[in-house]
Write a protein that binds this ligand. Sequence first.
Ligand SMILES: Nc1ncnc2c1ncn2[C@@H]1O[C@H](COP(=O)(O)OP(=O)(O)O)[C@@H](O)[C@H]1O
Ligand code: SF4
Ligand SMILES: [Mg+2]
Length: 349
Amino acid sequence: MRPLLEIRNLTIEFPQSRAGQALPPAQQAGTKTRTKTGAPVAAVSSLSFSIAPGEVLGLVGESGSGKSITALAIMGLLPPAAIVTGEITFQNGDAVPTHLTALPPDQLRQLRGSRIAMIFQEPMTALNPVTRVGDQIAEAVLAHHRVSKSEARRQAVAGMRDVAIPDPEQRARSYPHQLSGGMRQRVMIAMAIVNRPQLLIADEPTTALDVTIQQQILDLLNDLRHKFGLAMLFISHDLAVVSHVADRVAVMYAGSLVELGAKADIFHAPAHPYTQGLLRAIPTLSTDRALPLATIEGTVPSIAQLPPGCPFEPRCRFRVAACAVQLPPLVEVSPGHWARCPVVNPPGV
Ligand SMILES: Nc1ncnc2c1ncn2[C@@H]1O[C@H](COP(=O)(O)OP(=O)(O)O)[C@@H](O)[C@H]1O
Ligand code: SF4
Ligand SMILES: [Mg+2]
């Protein structure tokens, strides 16, 4: 089956200040040249993965590993100073896939919110505080379909029903601040799916919610994917959360993909020391609550000061001298299971 979304060798760089830090967005306006501020730094390096129609790919990694900017690159929403190379293609129902990175802005805007939709961690930042939620969902319909306002409103209420908002006619008249965090996230999801996209990008959609509401939203996303054949890029820093929805899991570390495989491979046969560390940090029923949870010692290196070899080397308990010299390649350790660590997975074994 042809992939719905395919990312090949995606690299995203940002201009760098003389001090070696990526410049804050406000200072990046108009900074397109590399010479003014020194060599740009890569926040995402040669990233490749694909998502099949109807498949859910979980994208995991600690804060700063490049998950959100990967999502923004797919949506064409990166800040103008970002330097993007590589290919992002989307199967838009045509004979040949659409190259998102080369698409004129108006065509990309057409795709966004219709074929590809996105939900974020904090719905309050994405919802308009002074517009009733039903009207906001109706606006999403009107942005992509020539229908009357009353038909758009009817579809908005139907969308609210799809995300199990009780009494949707009544709730459609609420303002965002009148709804709980969980209900607001349901409104965001209704707005995202009302035009029946093929791909939903969910960037930490449950991180701001408490645990019971988190589980309800994960259940809802699972229901919706089956009901509408929705493919998803589900982003989280939390491997345990990803395990509730993903078919396959991609693990990122400091802008590089370090492991990719079916959920069972990642959870039962993790092949990269970083993934193994993430798994040890998940509490299980047998975890002794009296002891502190295992954590990975050290911190993620700044993207401006990445070591030349394996980015995980400073924190890795398996490291050997060669690890510091060159970034190891991704190798297929079993069918469809890739890892970037030749020490734990020596070639030919
Ligand atoms: N607008 C920006 N300008 C400069 N650097 C940025 C910008 N946005 C993100 N970055 C860099 O990209 C890295 C990855 O960011 P992000 O994708 O938001 O991480 P994640 O979502 O995995 O927490 C950050 O550590 C930061 O250094
Ligand atoms: S390549 Fe070396 S440093 Fe990197 S994860 Fe493997 S053993 Fe650790
Ligand atoms: Mg993020």
